[in-house]
Design a protein around this ligand. Structure first.
Ligand code: PMP
Length: 402
């Protein structure tokens, strides 16, 4: 028997670093320190009223019992309609499963497919959960670093070089957390051409930020560009970010029948259906008035522009304009090697973030958490006032460096 009663698959993983930074900020706040929180990974808006009301009405109607594991027929039909309407993807509702958030969807997708030693290609900077999820499923996360010059995007050459006979998955997240990188149709076409040469590679499209994008032209979906990939692609999405519904825990996956059936089997023996009341709310989100989506994106855009202007005026740090999501991935290479008023040398972005937290009271996440340094992630899912205060304090703390 092993010395620890915790299984190796859990010993291999660590809690999400975004939460660790948030925890440290919360601890300082508990000690009475004023902390400007620029860590948050969720919309700061309330869920729109018509969505909340749909949940209330569902409860009143008695929709409080189990549904089919894959979700209510109405919600699956609404998701199929959304995928057709917005993405041009022809899915049958039976090829869709509703999950307890996109995170749950991605985890289960890896769990049903990854054998020990299978490789999961993860372009970096990446969402912090991907590598640990791969590890938890006995896989090998293969991080593919992407450069700021390439817009933090995977190039066909990088993809081709990373694929081996053990590659099981490629995960693409566009717009990307943490960089806001947004793939164009032409870039997706070029990646599709590489993928067509490697028929055993499965593709996970994490579309969770699809609506939070700032350029006017909607990018065609990878599968609209190359329908031949549909037989080995899972389209992962959810209502968390688009409709400010992070706490409701509704995500979904569309894909080929065998993968959806396996997801259904695993989910039926683990979590069962996603929350029934939340499913009713998600149905209202997808089928109801979409004004909130446009309005919130306008708000994010104004915040992005304001934060970019302030940050790019600070000597030693710089930030490229993100195409979507609600984060800025800020280059802090000009601060590395500088000395704090306490006489400590900033060796990397973890030091920078710690300095900005302790000295300026501004909570951020170090780029090391996302696989590409030296950067830090700033969330703009907060008010302009908070963003202004944060940028001002960062500027002061940077000015205090030697
Ligand atoms: N993918 C990415 C890239 C994310 O940033 C998040 C949330 N932080 C998720 C998936 C998960 O979203 P949820 O589980 O709330 O649907």
């Amino acid at each position: 028997m092993s010395a620890s009663r915790i299984a190796a698959r859990v010993q291999r993983i660590k809690p999400s670093p975004s939460s660790a930074a948030a925890d440290r900020a919360a601890e300082l706040r508990r000690q009475g320190k004023h902390i400007v929180n620029l860590v948050v990974g969720e919309p700061d808006f309330d869920t729109p009223a018509h969505i909340r009301k749909a949940a209330f009405d569902a409860m009143e109607r008695g929709e409080t019992r189990y549904t089919a594991t894959a979700g209510t027929p109405a919600l699956r039909a609404a998701i199929a309609a959304k995928l057709q309407r917005e993405n041009g993807l022809p899915y049958d509702p039976k090829d869709i499963i509703v999950t307890c958030g996109a995170k749950h969807a991605i985890f289960n997708a890896l769990a049903i497919t990854v054998e020990a030693g299978d490789e999961v290609l993860i372009p970096a900077p990446y969402w912090v959960s991907y590598p640990d999820m791969a590890l938890a499923c006995d896989g090998v996360p293969v991080v593919v670093p992407c450069t700021e010059e390439d817009g933090f995007k995977l190039t066909p050459a990088l993809l081709e070089a990373a694929i081996t006979s053990r590659t099981r998955w490629l995960i693409i997240n566009s717009p990307t957390n943490p960089t806001g990188a947004t793939y164009t149709g032409r870039e997706l076409r070029a990646l599709a051409d590489v993928l067509l040469r490697h028929p055993n590679v499965l593709v996970m499209m994490d579309d969770i930020y699809e609506h939070i994008r700032f350029d006017s032209d909607a990018t065609p979906h990878l599968l609209a560009i190359e329908p031949a990939l549909a037989s080995r692609t899972l389209v992962v999405n959810g209502v968390s970010k688009t409709y400010a519904m992070t706490g409701w825990r509704i995500g979904y996956v569309a894909g080929p029948a065998d993968l959806i059936a396996a997801l259904d089997t695993l989910q039926s023996q683990s979590t069962s259906n996603a929350c029934t009341i939340s499913q009713a709310a998600a149905l209202a989100a997808l089928t109801g008035d979409q004004t909130f989506v446009q309005e919130s994106v306008q708000t994010y855009r104004a915040r992005r522009d304001r934060a970019l202007e302030s940050l790019n005026a600070i000597p030693g740090i710089s930030c490229k304009t993100p195409g979507g999501a609600f984060y800025l991935y800020v280059n802090c290479s000009g601060l590395i090697g500088r000395t704090t008023p306490q006489g400590e040398r900033l060796e990397g972005d973890t030091d920078v973030v710690l300095y900005l937290l302790e000295q300026a009271g501004v909570a951020l996440v170090a780029g090391s958490a996302y696989g590409v340094s030296p950067f830090f992630r700033m969330s703009i899912a907060t008010s302009i006032d908070v963003i202004d205060e944060g940028c001002r304090k960062i500027a002061d703390a940077v000015a205090a460096l030697d």
